[in-house]
Design a protein around this ligand. Structure first.
Ligand SMILES: [Fe+2]
Length: 185
């Protein structure tokens, strides 16, 4: 699911501030880029962004027919700054239900997000497909990010980020979401 959230441009400056104090960050799938700690949701400056992401996550829950008494809970939020030449290896987000990315700054050619076939056997025998074939039968889906867009995907779905071939930093927030019972129910 893809949607749009605006008004969070100041977070780019905040991420550079955090990076200046923690250059090492938390190495994960990043190759050549910087990955912050995954506890940014505890940072006051990210609170309204977390609220917006959770609202959109609830829409995903509804779309996925999750019972109304269960609501999304954020279990991780981190920033990534991928300078030119950097990328992210193939990975999943274990022990979570939904994951996603909020694109703060994505210059053209700064790296597509590529989702990979989760069932390797499916590629053993597959006829050539039409150019406009449905993504639902594709063996990989190449997603070109748009600034201020928010994308959700299942945490188990393997993905990678292609090399930043622009001459600027590619800056994103990424997150993990699980479910919890709504205390109001
Ligand atoms: Fe990821």
């Amino acid at each position: 699911m893809m949607t749009e959230v605006t008004g969070h441009g100041h977070l780019v400056d905040r991420l550079y501030e955090i990076k200046a104090k923690d250059e090492k960050g938390m190495p994960r799938s990043n190759v050549g880029g910087w990955h912050s700690s995954d506890e940014l949701y505890k940072d006051e400056e990210f609170k309204s962004t977390v609220g917006d992401i959770l609202l959109k996550a609830k829409e995903c829950f509804n779309h996925l027919d999750v019972q109304d008494k269960y609501v999304p809970e954020m279990t991780g939020l981190w920033g990534m700054i991928n300078p030119p030449g950097s990328r992210n290896n193939i990975h999943t987000h274990p022990y979570n239900y939904l994951s996603g990315v909020y694109y703060l700054k994505v210059p053209p050619k700064s790296g597509n997000l590529v989702f990979l076939e989760p069932k390797p056997q499916a590629e053993v025998l597959s006829p050539p497909k039409k150019k406009d074939a449905s993504v639902h039968i594709a063996h990989s889906v190449d997603f070109e990010p748009k600034q201020n867009s928010l994308i959700f995907f299942p945490s188990w779905l393997q993905h990678e980020v292609k090399t930043n071939n622009s001459d600027e930093d590619r800056i994103i927030l990424s997150f993990n979401i699980n479910w919890r019972e709504n205390a109001d129910n």
